[in-house]
Design a protein around this ligand. Structure first.
Ligand SMILES: CCCCCC/C=C/C(=O)SCCNC(=O)CCNC(=O)[C@H](O)C(C)(C)COP(=O)(O)OP(=O)(O)OC[C@H]1O[C@@H](n2cnc3c(N)ncnc32)[C@H](O)[C@@H]1OP(=O)(O)O
Length: 394
């Protein structure tokens, strides 16, 4: 049951509409049930009624409906148990299996009762996730605004600590490409809510394609390479406003920014070894150069978490501001920067960064290839399963 709940919650993260995730038999609201036992007709009516529900009842309820339907029509669970990474089918299997030897008639009755109770309660419930502003920007996971010569890309999954899901990787690439061509002078990346970003969304690892985990790892490496490549090639001054804790890839990428301003609440954590993974974002090259090989090893190999002050002393952060005045102070400064002649800034960035570009692309390719192998390791898989089953957090 715990796994079913977990997978149900995960499934909601994978897809904006969880109806796409777990399809379930459809049922008709049963209004005129008089007998204690639901008839076959009641059952069929209930199945039709589910089609008419205006709002998604959520994955937990859908798993319950699924399991009761299977029990009512086929009896006790008769399917082989799916693999641990096949979370959707495993959740369905767990839900059905949990019904044990419940008689078919009781399952049918419970199904009809559940649908009946659902219909009224779902009419008024809201499914809108807070923190998403889809209308204004056209992005699902970002808020992108452009004013005063500054394009601001704000990571906008605050309830998930701005973890980067696959959609967010694509949207950030899209937003960077657009910002590189718009008429703003500088571009800023920041986070909405209390975190800058908790790094890669660990549920990215659970959605296994038909080609299996190898194909998953290969696709992940291709996406990561393209994603980091966009930062390497970004032509205008790119500034990170680290408004809170930063983890994993959101930290490593900072080595590719032109300036990094941090709140004193921010922390910088790259727990790759704990996760059975290895550095990305060109950090295996930029961090030793920025802070010395030994300091880079403390972060990238031993997972030492730095405070904002420590990260500034190591050269990863440009300047730290008290959290209470962070926004006011940095935006005053950014607005002044944005008034400088944009072509001069672009050309100066080019001359600072360009001789490193080829090297950075080569490092990026190598890091992605090493990570592709890491993602298939037991060390990595165990770490992901432990996080997803809430056995461990950073
Ligand atoms: C294309 C693939 C490219 C891969 C690139 C390689 C990148 C590597 C990395 O980035 S490695 C770093 C990965 N990140 C982590 O390991 C962080 C995991 N998260 C945590 O340990 C904690 O959530 C926390 C310390 C960040 C915050 O803890 P806490 O303050 O107690 O909050 P919650 O844990 O309750 O989190 C709230 C909510 O957010 C979900 N969440 C947070 N971070 C992630 C994440 N990285 N992936 C998925 N989900 C995350 C968390 O599950 C909670 O969700 P819930 O409310 O339970 O639905």
């Amino acid at each position: 049951v715990a796994m079913a709940h977990l997978a149900g919650r995960l499934a909601q993260r994978w897809c904006p509409s969880s109806l796409q995730v777990i399809s379930f038999p459809v049922v008709q609201l049963h209004l005129n049930r008089t007998a204690m036992r639901a008839s076959q007709k009641d059952f069929e009516n209930a199945m039709n009624q589910v089609k008419l529900l205006k709002k998604d009842p959520g994955n937990e309820v859908k798993l319950k409906l699924y399991s009761l339907y299977k029990q009512a029509t086929e009896g006790p669970c008769n399917m082989p148990k799916p693999g641990v990474f096949d979370l959707i089918n495993k959740a369905k299997w767990d839900a059905w299996n949990a019904l044990g030897n419940l008689p078919k008639e009781t399952a049918r009755q419970n199904y009809v009762d559940l649908v009946s109770s659902l219909s009224s309660s779902l009419e008024s419930s809201s499914q809108v996730e807070p923190g998403t502003d889809r209308k204004s920007t056209g992005y699902e996971t970002l808020m992108v605004t452009s004013e005063d010569g500054i394009t601001k890309i704000m990571l906008n999954r605050p309830t998930k600590k701005n973890a980067l899901n696959v959609e967010m990787y694509h949207e950030i690439m899209h937003a960077l490409k657009a910002a590189s061509k718009d008429d703003s002078a500088i571009t800023v990346l920041t986070g909405n809510g209390d975190y800058y970003s908790s790094g890669n969304d660990l549920t990215n690892f659970t959605d296994i394609p038909p080609g299996g985990v190898e194909e998953k790892a290969k696709n992940g490496a291709i996406l990561l390479r393209e994603f980091v490549g966009c930062f390497i090639d970004f032509p205008k001054p790119l500034i990170a406003l680290v408004n809170g804790p930063a983890v994993g890839i959101s930290v490593t990428l900072l080595g590719l920014f032109d300036a990094v301003y941090a709140s004193d609440r921010a922390t910088f954590h790259t727990p790759f070894s704990h996760l059975g993974q290895s550095p990305e974002g060109c950090s295996s090259y930029t961090f030793p150069k920025i802070m010395s090989p030994a300091k880079a090893t403390e972060m990238l190999v031993f997972g030492k978490k730095l405070t904002a002050g420590e990260a500034c002393a190591q050269g990863l952060v440009t300047e730290v501001f008290p959290d209470s005045t962070f926004q006011k102070e940095v935006w005053t400064r950014l607005k002044a920067f944005a008034k400088l002649p944009p072509n001069a800034m672009r050309i100066s960035k080019e001359i600072i960064r360009n001789r490193e570009k080829e090297k950075l692309h080569a490092v990026n390719a190598e890091e992605c290839s090493v990570l592709q192998g890491r993602w298939l390791s037991d060390e990595c898989m165990n770490a992901v399963v432990n996080f997803l089953s809430r056995k461990s957090k950073l």
